[in-house]
Design a protein around this ligand. Structure first.
Ligand SMILES: *Cc1c(COP(=O)(O)O)cnc(C)c1O
Length: 383
């Protein structure tokens, strides 16, 4: 099987696994315990926090460990919205239909169940949120905007630093979901200037089920899990020490090796984009042609059932993804592709190819040889 689905998840790096192993058995203590085993575990968690802070260029006490990117998004949105409304009375939340469901569904819940008002920010033809779109939507009662750093389905990178300036000038909080971005882009807070930023370990060769939220000093959140006082009383529960250690190691390696990893995948990605658009009729690149993740190629093909194409690719030995949220049954085009303005006959035929550390030029060539005939086959079966 050739794996082209690194945006869905990545294998754990051996060095990350090595760093985690001692914390399952030898150093198994609870970081909240007073005795030495507890202290050792606490030291491991605090070292991990320092390591994450070093990559982000922030203070260690601005990092909260969570169970993943989704939880970090939930804590950021719900935690900030409820506290800010109580403090200031504002009610509006701004986000976009291109967001990951961990953000968009949380925003919808805040609207439906908690009485917030929700406005969807305009996105451009590449699925990006512009400075103008944010500036236009902000009003006096806006509490919070959430705009992702890089999109998982279409790869588009948003101008987060510029959006943060707009947010700051209007005295609203800006959260960014950087779960995809952290694998390849600079996540230093001094360049980004956001108030809240979500990260997830398994998108950059760390383990699944662990993530972090950066919370700018002084930003108040409603605690998310109540219980013991862990994570500055924002997120109760005994620390998942080995996963936290693995998360920090993976993020730190991603930062160290960012340039090399980018140089490895980008030429192959460009080759895929050029070749697919040239050899397959009625094909379009989705997302931004330049401002996109360096490992990310995404397309729509007219009159193709994207799920069928994925099955044909799977049978031919390639693990890829579509934008469609629905795995079986009556397929619906994804919200992200629909937000780009594609009609149904285009939107249902989406394909995402995401590359990683272990991708080779031979794998790409073999994929490019196979794809055109499978798209044709899917078209024939669609008629
Ligand atoms: C994967 C992903 C998430 C969810 O992260 P988990 O760690 O799987 O919960 C959130 N946002 C984006 C953009 C993602 O790609």
């Amino acid at each position: 099987m050739i794996y082209f689905d690194y945006a869905a998840t990545t294998p754990v790096d051996q060095r990350v696994l090595d760093a985690m192993m001692p914390y399952f058995r030898e150093n198994f203590g609870n970081p909240s315990s007073i005795h030495r085993l507890g202290q050792q575990a606490e030291a491991a968690v605090e070292q991990a926090r320092e390591k994450v802070a070093a990559v982000l260029g922030c203070r260690a006490d601005e990092i909260i460990f969570t169970s993943g990117g989704s939880e970090a998004d939930n804590l950021a949105l719900r935690g900030a919205a409820i506290i800010r409304r109580n403090a200031s009375g504002g009610t509006w939340i701004l986000t976009a239909k291109t967001e990951h469901p961990a953000v968009s569904k949380t925003a919808l819940q805040l609207e439906k169940e908690y009485g917030f008002q929700l406005e969807w920010l305009d996105v451009d033809e590449f699925g990006g949120v512009t400075v103008d779109a944010l500036a236009k939507a902000v009003c006096n009662d806006t509490l919070l905007a959430s705009v992702m750093y890089a999109n998982n389905e279409i790869g588009t990178i948003n101008p987060i630093a510029n959006l943060a300036e707009v947010a700051k000038a209007n005295n609203i909080l800006l959260h960014t979901d950087a779960v995809q971005a952290a694998a390849y882009l600079d996540v230093n807070f001094s360049t980004l200037g956001v108030d809240l930023m979500s990260l997830g370990g398994h998108k950059f060769y760390g383990p699944k089920g662990v993530g972090a939220l950066y919370i700018r000093k002084g930003t108040k959140l409603l605690p998310h899990l109540t219980g013991g006082g862990q994570e500055f009383s924002l997120r109760a529960g005994t620390h998942n020490v080995p996963y936290i250690v693995g998360f920090a190691e993976a993020l730190s390696l991603a930062a160290e090796e960012r340039e090399a990893r980018t140089a490895h995948v980008k030429p192959m990605r460009d080759h895929i984009i050029g070749n697919v658009l040239e050899t397959i009729s009625d094909s379009r690149l989705t997302g931004h042609p330049e401002q996109r993740l360096p490992n990310h190629a995404s397309f729509v093909f007219k009159d193709v059932d994207g799920n069928l194409l994925l099955q044909l690719l799977d049978a031919a030995g390639f693990a890829c993804s579509s934008g469609s949220a629905c795995k079986t049954g009556n397929p619906e085009p994804s919200d992200v592709i629909t937000a780009l303005g594609y009609s149904r006959e285009w939107a249902l035929g989406s394909l995402r190819i995401t590359l990683g550390k272990d991708t080779t030029a031979e794998q790409v060539d073999s994929f490019l040889k196979t794809l055109p005939s499978l798209v044709e086959k899917a078209r024939t079966l669609n008629r």
